[in-house]
Design a binder for this molecule. Structure first.
Ligand SMILES: [Zn+2]
Length: 127
């Protein structure tokens, strides 16, 4: 594939295909590489203000308490590309506020941020 003039190698490649396979989100990229991300980690890394918190004018992070997850919190009902720069995940418990930039997904595929063990008290039994 010919590279266009002005191609910036630091830019994340474009996603070619997105699939949920078992407990993973699988992304194949335009450069031929593939990324597999565990859905549970993706949900826990949800970048929306409700999950990740918001900084106020003084830079203080206001982080709401984690709402309990349910049995379907780590299952994806649908995915949708947003504006060419991010992926929106629709979780089966109804949460869909998080927009995951492709660049970040690509980085997480190489090195997933460390997550503390899932606390039992935040995990409700499946209904
Ligand atoms: Zn969220």
């Amino acid at each position: 594939m010919a590279r266009e003039a002005g191609y910036d190698p630091s830019m994340a490649p474009l996603p070619a295909n997105v699939l949920v396979i078992g407990n993973d989100l699988a992304i194949s990229w335009s450069d031929g590489t593939e990324t597999y991300l565990p859905l549970q980690a993706l949900r826990r890394l949800c970048p929306c203000a409700g999950c990740a918190g918001e900084r106020d004018l003084f830079g203080r992070l206001a982080k709401p308490p984690q709402k309990p997850y349910t049995g379907v919190s780590f299952e994806v009902a649908a995915t949708s590309p947003v504006g060419g720069y991010a992926l929106q995940l629709f979780w089966k418990d109804g949460h869909s506020d998080g927009l995951y930039p492709w660049k970040v997904l690509k980085e997480w595929g190489e090195k997933l941020p460390e997550l503390p063990p899932l606390e039992v008290k935040t995990l409700l039994p499946a209904l």
